[in-house]
Write a protein that binds this ligand. Structure first.
Ligand SMILES: [Zn+2]
Length: 149
């Protein structure tokens, strides 16, 4: 048996603002986010004969991440619920893709949410190993399962 890590990379566009922040990120602005999702497992632990030799079919991983993360967050504006309620109301009246959360929508906090969501939907024959979220080419945060056990 060989333990192997399998990774897929996704891209989505999202806007956010950091409430009470002192720098530029207090303004509503967007990022072209890159999300790297890595699962680990042993080969052939699934029951699908068409996936012989695989830990997990890349297309299965793609479908899960797209359904539970990308579809929800792509081209959305994510805001802390402490944002001016009048503004939130106006935004929600005019746009369908406003996500209001009870946390500061930083890469770190988003990773916590994404990890929670992915662990719910990944098949039992793999384990979420790590996920990495990049806001820019030089800035990224990483969640590791081993750091969070
Ligand atoms: Zn930002």
């Amino acid at each position: 048996m060989a333990k192997i890590r399998v990774t897929k990379i996704f891209h989505f566009e999202m806007a956010h603002a950091l409430i009470d922040y002192k720098g530029l990120c207090k303004n509503i602005h967007g990022h072209s986010y890159q999300l790297e999702v890595c699962v680990s497992g042993n080969i052939n632990q699934h029951t699908n004969p068409a996936q012989k030799g695989m830990v997990m079919d890349f297309s299965d991983l793609k479908n899960i991440v797209e359904k539970h993360i990308i579809k929800r967050y792509d081209h959305a504006l994510i805001l802390n619920k402490k944002t001016d309620p009048e503004l939130l109301k106006l935004l929600k009246t005019n746009y369908k893709n406003i996500i209001v959360v009870d946390y500061q929508p930083t890469s770190e906090q988003l990773l916590v949410e994404f990890a929670k969501e992915l662990k719910l939907h990944l098949p039992a024959y793999v384990k979420l190993h790590h996920i990495q979220l990049s806001e820019t080419q030089s800035s990224f945060a990483t969640w590791y399962a081993e750091d969070n056990e």
